[in-house]
Design a protein around this ligand. Structure first.
Ligand SMILES: C[S@@+](CC[C@H](N)C(=O)[O-])C[C@H]1O[C@@H](n2cnc3c(N)ncnc32)[C@H](O)[C@@H]1O
Length: 200
């Protein structure tokens, strides 16, 4: 979307429909470049740092909170980070129904909501169906990086992916200081669990 002077005023994606797959790579100026997704991008500290550092990689931030997406959109426009896009949507739905097969190079899922009470665990995003969607949409050789300070949830995530023959553990992704996500900064006093897997 451009304003009267032809300058991009938003880098938000507004899908025309939500029922059939959408190749979000085509929303970028250079669709052929590597395509990464920050799922549950929140306020976007990680996404902004990565977009600045890797201008030749496209990165899409997805979050279900409208205000976070609107604020992050303003930041990426202000910083001219044209290799970034943001989408307000549910991560599970988007990965399951909208992202085309074998289209994603890297998923980052940092500090997913832990839903600490037992009766709420069914709301956690990591489960077998979510892994089916991640496996379907990652390119072969593509990577999934996850982290959380909630160690019981981390153990659950790690066990789930480790037991999945479609994935192989790889060198753990550790963000550099400037890339540390907003939630990791808030919980900097706690050592998070981190893991990284590659799609076989
Ligand atoms: C704890 S915050 C972490 C944000 C960011 N990844 C970070 O590390 O700072 C979790 C984020 O995921 C978003 N979120 C939770 N469930 C989601 C879902 N199903 N789909 C999309 N976003 C979701 C929340 O709105 C929130 O912004």
């Amino acid at each position: 979307m451009k304003d009267e002077s032809g300058v991009k005023s938003t880098l938000r994606i507004f899908p025309e429909q939500w029922l059939n797959p959408i190749d979000f790579r085509n929303s970028f100026d250079h669709p052929e470049r590597p395509f990464e997704i920050d799922l549950g991008c929140g306020k976007g500290r990680f996404l902004l740092a990565r977009a600045r550092k890797f201008p030749e990689t496209n990165i899409l931030g997805i979050d279900r909170l409208m205000n976070r997406i609107k604020r992050l959109d303003k930041k990426i426009v202000r910083q001219n980070l044209f290799n970034s896009r943001v989408l307000r949507g549910d991560g599970y739905y988007t990965v399951t129904y909208l992202i085309p097969p074998e289209s994603v190079d890297t998923y980052y899922v940092f500090y997913p909501d832990p839903w600490p009470k037992g009766k709420h665990h069914h709301n956690r995003i990591f489960n077998e169906l979510f892994m089916d969607a991640i496996a379907r949409t990652l390119k072969l050789g593509g990577k999934l990086h996850a982290s959380t300070d909630h160690l019981p949830y981390f153990q659950e995530i790690y066990k789930l992916i480790k037991a999945d023959s479609r994935f192989e553990e790889t060198e753990t992704f550790v963000p550099s200081e400037d890339e540390v996500s907003d939630f990791e900064l808030i919980f900097a006093h706690k050592t998070p669990g981190r893991c990284s897997f590659v799609r076989r």
